[in-house]
Design a protein around this ligand. Structure first.
Ligand SMILES: [Zn+2]
Length: 447
């Protein structure tokens, strides 16, 4: 296996711009970067011409579901998909594995389950449920990157939602360790129309209204403010949430917010009835709403993008019955973040120079790993993706590495094909095919 080599391109993304450079990689690190073309005798020289060379994507919101629900997804398939999609680091959510990651024992089981199956780097979050307040400090000390909670039913009975009081109880511990609280912001109430046709997308959409999100965001912002903790709002879908987030952000740097490609790429108006493959929570909303999300993105409002890859077997997705209300809520898309958001962004006027940090440097900052990942820089981990921004391609079943092929992105025509991926200095993807496996490392947050 090559352990020392050079990567060259006319367009290496360095210091937030494209520069003709040669990157010298030695074992698992970037040794140094030369400007221009710099061939060195006796070192392999990978000439990528005009392809984009950038830091590997960091996806901070992924559900892998192992152990316990490996028939939904698993470390092997998920991290293969990640590698093929240019994701070199991902952070796994405390659900939907079984057991859920709410105490040390479960956290250890999850780490054990990942052994020998990591093709990209993988870290973890712990979860807060009403019964595990005394486990939070142990999880933090054991190296989780944050604590995730729900304000509405999570879809998994073993992971019940928390109340404001539960969050207030753990806020001092989060503050002590400066650990982010990641909240699924939907606060359920009965102020929703009665369902008459469970196969109608419009009825599903109306069953999870914007005010559920904004009420939950208000609760989150109140806790953030009173306890001065790091708060992260996952997958914002409701544009009515934007203004209050902006206001709070103008007063603190401890509030972060993400959205996901599916909230930007799809619109409720074009989602057919009987197609729960599009079901997620909060739901994909109307075009006018999504334009506002886009404007917020273009305006630097979102801190970063994440996939919220949350697959389930086809029968769980109710693909045959078409019932939105019985179906699992989650979109399978880990592999497609880059092409989807790049293609959509081209139409919306999102510059590539602005997109790349949203997938690399900014999630690295959120995780506190910006001193070693998220940039092409001497001394940094050699996690690198090489992709083609010029050629359009179709997302076809045979290229999907997720455990299940079902995804709403199937048959989409997109730009932004990942050609090569390097993880810790080893080429794991060559010409869009898996090459060397098991190069991922388990990441624990040092405290
Ligand atoms: Zn999620």
């Amino acid at each position: 296996m090559m352990t020392e080599f050079l990567i060259y391109s006319k367009r290496c993304f360095i210091n937030d711009q494209f520069i003709e450079s040669t990157i010298h990689i030695k074992s698992d690190k970037i040794l140094c970067i030369y400007s221009g073309r710099n061939e060195t005798p006796n070192l392999p020289f990978l000439d990528y011409e005009h392809l984009i060379v950038m830091p590997g994507i960091i996806d901070v919101h992924v559900h892998i579901n192992e152990p316990g629900r490996e028939n939904w997804e698993g470390f092997d398939t998920a991290t293969k998909a990640a590698a093929i999609g240019g994701v070199t680091t991902l952070i796994e959510m405390p659900l939907n594995a079984s057991p859920v990651t709410t105490d040390l024992e479960a956290f250890q089981l999850k780490q054990d389950a990942s052994k020998g199956k990591l093709h990209v780097n993988c870290g973890f979050y712990g979860g807060i449920i009403p019964s595990n307040k005394n486990d939070i400090e142990d999880l933090i000390k054991a190296g989780v990157f944050g604590i995730k909670g729900f304000l509405t039913h999570s879809g998994i009975d073993e992971f019940p939602n928390v109340s404001k009081t539960d969050l207030e109880a753990i806020a001092p511990i989060l503050k002590k360790y400066n650990v982010p609280l990641l909240l699924h912001c939907e606060l359920t109430d009965d102020n929703v129309p009665e369902v008459t046709n469970s196969k109608s997308y419009q009825e599903y959409l109306k069953s999870r209204p914007q005010h559920w999100e904004t009420n939950a965001i208000d609760l989150a912002l109140d806790i953030q403010k009173r306890f001065d903790i790091k708060m992260h709002i996952v997958h914002l879908s409701a544009s009515e949430g934007i203004e209050r987030i902006k206001q709070r952000k103008s007063k603190t740097d401890k509030l972060t917010v993400e959205t996901c490609p599916h909230y930007l790429y799809f619109n409720a108006e074009t989602i057919p009835n009987e197609s729960p493959i599009f079901k997620c929570a909060p739901p994909i909303r109307e075009k006018a709403n999504n334009e506002k999300l886009w404007n917020f993105l273009l305006d630097d409002g979102f801190d970063f993008l994440a996939s919220d890859h949350s697959p389930a077997p086809p029968e769980r997705k109710q693909l045959e019955s078409g019932d939105f209300f019985k179906a699992w809520g989650g979109i399978s898309g880990l592999q497609f973040t880059l092409p989807i958001i790049y293609t959509n962004g081209k139409e919306k006027g999102l510059q590539t120079e602005k997109l790349i940090p949203l997938l690399t440097k900014k999630p690295a900052e959120f995780l506190g790993i910006e001193h070693k990942k998220g940039n092409l820089k001497a001394g940094f981990d050699a996690d690198i993706v090489v992709w083609d921004d010029s050629e359009e391609f179709e997302i076809t079943e045979d290229t999907i590495q997720h455990k299940h092929k079902a995804t709403p992105y199937l048959n989409e025509m997109v730009f932004g094909k990942v050609i090569h991926t390097f993880v810790n200095g080893v080429q794991v993807v060559e010409n869009s095919k898996l090459k060397t496996l098991q190069q991922g490392q388990l990441l624990l947050k040092d405290r």
